[in-house]
Ligand binder design. Structure first.
Ligand code: SF4
Ligand code: SF4
Length: 110
């Protein structure tokens, strides 16, 4: 019979395997993100969860949060936060794209 320790060890090994796999995917995706003067970041509002990560990494003060009424009537929260890119301030450094946990930010041609 499987012991709890064996189960934990198996679970840890599987978590490590998944983490490694996700890191590889993220590195590959990061290499494909365009940056520079000719592009500007854009937030897909539907995918944004208002987590603040992009604001933290943006050195150029090119992102701000705004309030969006929450759709779900079952949650006792009136508004949700969404991120917005300030086009003129954005330098195209793409740090926000790499930081966003939901892949809500893409780089578009200016
Ligand atoms: S990091 Fe992504 S999900 Fe979080 S606030 Fe910025 S755009 Fe939205
Ligand atoms: S691409 Fe760089 S400058 Fe533009 S919003 Fe993202 S982090 Fe800020």
């Amino acid at each position: 019979m499987t012991t709890m320790d064996e189960l934990r060890a198996r679970r840890d090994a599987e978590a490590a395997r998944i983490r490694l796999s996700l890191n590889k995917m993220h590195t590959k995706a990061a290499e494909e993100v365009r940056g520079g003067d000719s592009v500007v970041a854009f937030v897909n509002e539907e995918q944004c969860i208002g987590c603040d990560q992009c604001l933290i990494v943006c050195d150029d003060d090119a992102i701000e949060l705004y309030d969006k009424p929450l759709r779900s009537p079952i949650l006792d929260i009136e508004v949700n936060k969404k991120a917005k890119i300030l086009r003129d301030e954005c330098t195209g450094c793409r740090l926000c794209v790499l930081a966003c946990p939901t892949d809500a930010i893409v780089m578009l041609d200016r």
